[in-house]
Ligand binder design. Sequence first.
Ligand code: SF4
Length: 365
Amino acid sequence: MSLACYIHVPFCKSICPYCDFCRILYDPKRVDPWLETIQKEIESALSWIRKQDGLRTLYLGGGTPNILSEDQLQTLVSPLIPYLHEDYEFTIECNPEALNEDKIKAMKKLGVNRVSLGVQSFQDDILRKLGRRHTKEMIERAIESLKRNGIENISIDLMYALPFQDQRDLKKDIEEFLKLDIMHLSIYSLILEENSAFGKAHMQPLDEDLEADEYEWIVKTLKEHGFDHYEISSFAKEGAYSKHNLAYWMDEDFIGIGAGASGRFLGARYHNTKDLDTYIRLGPCRTEEKTDGPFEAIMMGLRTSFGVDLKAYEEKYQIDLEKKARPLMKKYEGELMIQEGALKCDERGREKLNSILVDFLDLYA
Ligand code: SF4
């Protein structure tokens, strides 16, 4: 079966105060040595890609992948392009301030057909507090330019549950999003990671109940506007689902390339070193982690409206999931159920997914 491939580009022009991802300040002197190492890693992944009948999706995430020049982007992805299937999805995460007409044209030429835009908010004062380098005007210019150059498959990331954002701000952000005629939205609440600048400054999170109210309001509003709430944080119109992320949620193996990337091979997870200097000197330095396949498949599948396919699950793990989940379907009646051959949660079930998963962990202990 063809694969999903993720490439991590760790460079950013500045570090946002909430960020705890694997990222590093852009330093032009480090890009070329990084490129040399990642090319070797890609080269050694090609035999796996050939054996698996090529790539269904390619995803450049970061960091800020569009910080790379047109030539650097081409050097990075050109060995993989011949392996993309006819109906491939090739996504690049972009920050609006680093997108211009020339870069979009170069991306289009490389075969990019989906852009995930790190918008976070449409309000300049909130963007400033988030340490972002773009403005509302830059977002609108970037979207216009993407569409003008034939990249219509655009996803936007928005943040909610920010301590410095009230209900009116959130409403404004969703209204601005709806005006733009974009097919996909991912929403994220602010997580105050210990290692982020906000975490170190002991910023207080929004009250949990308020956060839940905001989430419910976003879900209700987007559904009223024709969006399919197909995964806890993701909404799509007319089937514009993220094919790449579906590979993670549907329990498939995937390749992760670059410092800070993770992948999964024959059900076992691997993690590349997050340290850029180590990566440049010694390569990916992978560590492997045994995973609990049957439980992970449930944990990921129940995030989606498609659920966990019973037949595929039984073939893969020799477990009758309908039978196994029966006591929990009784406990969470109407919220966890079998529908169309899959174990699924409804909207309320997905809101209490953590409790459901704790019960599944007991079942699998
Ligand atoms: S642009 Fe993204 S990856 Fe870079 S610092 Fe900000 S949040 Fe982190």
